[in-house]
Design a protein around this ligand. Structure first.
Ligand code: V47
Length: 353
């Protein structure tokens, strides 16, 4: 059976077939992904009202693509106190945020209690806010550096009030590319093990893929298929988030950046291959808002959120430092022909605009 018929019959594709999807023309691929997206969600596009918070940029690891951590290129170190973190969350809650998305660098001195204490304080003062915190890279770092098992760190997170885990730190699972990008950080198998353990605790998480740097199409497909295998076992992933590499202020030399077509194809292929991960998120921060809006027609059903302040990708050149105004966001989704639906962090619908 040919590839297009296989997709239309909702049959599972393997590595080779996944790679072959890239050879289809953009419109055919978009149509196939859009059929699946509309079957699941019709005209709805999801977003949430959230706040990104990055409590420290002091990092023991060196990832070549990172412009956020304090380094030779960014000598301005900071580490927020719990009081400062609480003040920020208080302001965001006042502005309507229902989720705080907390990702830190790998601080070698503050101790596990600084991380967990921040979550516990937020939980104590704001019992209703959803805390999405700690990438698997942070879990691995805290475990290794401070002498704990993954189980201990994950249980501490739950005791401290963390609700779900973000998808960061996945980068590209291929071991060769990963060694080149971020040797010494959480390995691919460890990233998968940590999410498996989190899901086994009845908790949900997301998964990212950083692409558009030195990886090949085959590496992207391999990355998606490793996630599909874990999802078959646990069902704990809510969303897959392809992150488009941002090039400024870092140590990764890249010759060829992906075209808009290549980015849209990657969204569409993820929708087709990841038949068991419900949501494909076009993270407007790295796709740019215009391409993210178009990605809604290429399989994506989620645009992340208003964010309020963004530090990781904006350090590398993305136009996201100040987040997105809610009214503008809603108007843009409407003008692009979709129905904006505000969701909570676990994708329950809160408001249809
Ligand atoms: O893992 C770092 C990426 C990630 C760059 O779970 C870069 O809902 C592009 O994981 N260009 C952290 N990306 C952010 C993240 C995330 C974002 C939004 C939503 C969710 C979610 C998770 O940022 C890291 C890394 O892959 N990153 N540097 C860069 N130069």
């Amino acid at each position: 059976m040919d590839l297009i018929s296989k997709v239309r019959n909702r049959e599972r594709l393997n590595q080779q077939e996944g790679e072959a999807l890239y050879d289809l023309d953009l419109y055919t691929l978009g149509e196939l992904a859009d059929e699946i997206r509309r079957e699941k969600y019709g005209n709805k596009s999801y977003f949430n009202i959230n706040r990104h918070l990055n409590p420290t940029n002091v990092c023991a690891d060196v990832c070549k693509f990172c412009a956020y951590s304090a380094s030779r290129k960014n000598p301005n170190q900071y580490t927020l106190s719990h009081e400062q973190i609480l003040q920020i969350v208080e302001g965001s809650v006042r502005n309507g945020a229902k989720e705080v998305h907390i990702v830190s660098a790998h601080h070698p001195e503050v101790g596990v209690d600084w991380y967990m204490g921040a979550f516990a304080k937020i939980r104590e003062h704001f019992p209703d806010i959803h805390i999405k915190a700690m990438t698997a890279a942070e879990v691995d770092f805290l475990a290794r550096h401070y002498g704990h098992s993954y189980d201990e760190i994950l249980d501490m997170m739950i005791e401290s009030g963390v609700d779900s885990m973000p998808g960061g730190g996945a980068e590209i699972f291929d071991e060769g590319v990963r060694d080149y990008l971020c040797k010494g950080k959480v390995t691919s198998n460890q990233w998968i093990e940590i999410h498996r353990k989190w899901h086994e605790r009845g908790r949900e998480s997301n998964a990212t893929m950083l692409f558009g740097h030195v990886e090949s199409r085959a590496h992207r497909i391999d990355h998606m298929l490793r996630l599909r295998t874990l999802q078959d076992a646990t069902g704990g992933f809510n969303a897959f988030i392809p992150l488009v590499y941002q090039r400024d202020n870092n140590f990764l030399r890249v010759e060829n950046f992906p075209s808009g077509q290549e980015i849209l194809k990657t969204y569409a292929i993820s929708r087709i291959l990841l038949d068991n991960i419900p949501h494909i998120k076009a993270y407007w921060v790295t796709a740019s808002i215009n391409l993210a809006l178009i990605a809604q027609e290429f399989g994506a059903d989620d645009l992340d959120g208003t964010i309020e302040k963004e530090s990781i990708q904006s350090a590398a050149g993305a136009a996201s430092a100040k987040g997105m105004n809610l009214d503008d966001f809603v108007a843009m989704i409407k003008n692009s022909g979709f129905t904006p639906v505000e969701r909570d962090s676990l994708y329950h619908e809160l408001k249809v605009y």
